[in-house]
Design a protein around this ligand. Sequence first.
Ligand code: ATP
Ligand code: MG
Length: 389
Amino acid sequence: MVLLIRYGEIHLKGLNRPYFEKLQRQAIKRALRSFEHAQVEKGQGRFYVLGLADEEIPRAMDAVAKVFGLHSVSPAVEIEKDMDAIRQGLCKLAEEYMRRKGLEEATFKVEATRSDKRFPLKSMQIAADTGGYLLQNIPGLTVDVHNPDFRVYIEVREQCYGYVDIIPCAGGMPQKSNGRAMLLLSGGIDSPVAGFSIAKRGVELNAVHYHSFPYTSEAAKQKVIDLAELVSAYAGRIHLHVVSFTDIQMQIYEKCPHEMLVLIMRRFMMRIAERLAQENGCKAVVTGESIGQVASQTLDSLVVTDDAVSMPVFRPLIGMDKLEIIEIAKKIGTYETSILPHEDCCTVFVPKHPQTHPVLDKIKEAERVLEIDRLVEEAVQSVERIIIG
Ligand code: ATP
Ligand code: MG
């Protein structure tokens, strides 16, 4: 069996197309790196994965379905380019499908495409011929060209491929096709989804996580590593920078008004993220914030947070409701890890009444008592780098 992979938007990219296809091929190879004999070949507007054992197919399909830039994948059988072989090949596929689904009776349709114009029959003729053959040879089948229970596909290309199933992939654009950004990754529900969303458009991810040891535990850090791993199944390799944030939090707690604590802290997170972004070739900072979700995410608060850095800050979840975010988190498989009950550095030093309508000048004045540059520098120096995926 082979995997037949269709890709989407890179068709649109004109002269860049070979470059995008190269990235796409690399991403597929990477997703399949644990399959020793898998080979990824490029055909006309398709990729093919050869060399997989039949029992490896379901797992390989799962891995491929996570690769951004791909449209769909089908497990296909290679069939000899000969009408007799095609008839028999499709008959076998239809029988297997009915057996697998426990169907005694079903309606079907054959869909044929032919890109090899030397093949003697046109696609309509191939479909009519094989459809007739299936009707005669499989009891319980009837044709329904408008709304069939299942479709049997035959593509006559460099090779002939037959298949029944088409599994949708993640969509988006190929890994690393759109620069690199620094994701602020907490252990929560939102930031992994934000990372997924931005990586979906081909942005390579670095991530920064702030921890407040000993107030936050080793287990809390491990949870973030686990989340980064889950995101990297889609996003590719992620360089995770773990920064010790305890000293900064203590200083803010001691020296600044408590109702401003969260925002001053968030401004530090941004500054450190921007510094690490610059050092690592990232052109933007990404967070999981959405308007109004918590006090630090009112529009006024976001303006204050943004002011701390000059790099663009992208917030892909900005207009989403929590329930919508949760739905994506479940779909991409990060939700169960995100809800594990570990403390976050943000939850360690929370004031009772955080400001929701901060005034930028007042916040700036309050943080002036801190040695901002030195604290940022020390935090950046403390970074532990972990390569994920
Ligand atoms: P999440 O579910 O992502 O934790 P949240 O709703 O809990 O989000 P906040 O804790 O206010 O919101 O954090 C907002 C954003 O700030 C997060 O989405 C993340 O991008 C970043 N962030 C928060 N805490 C940390 C942390 N400890 N390390 C790195 N980034 C963080
Ligand atoms: Mg959080």
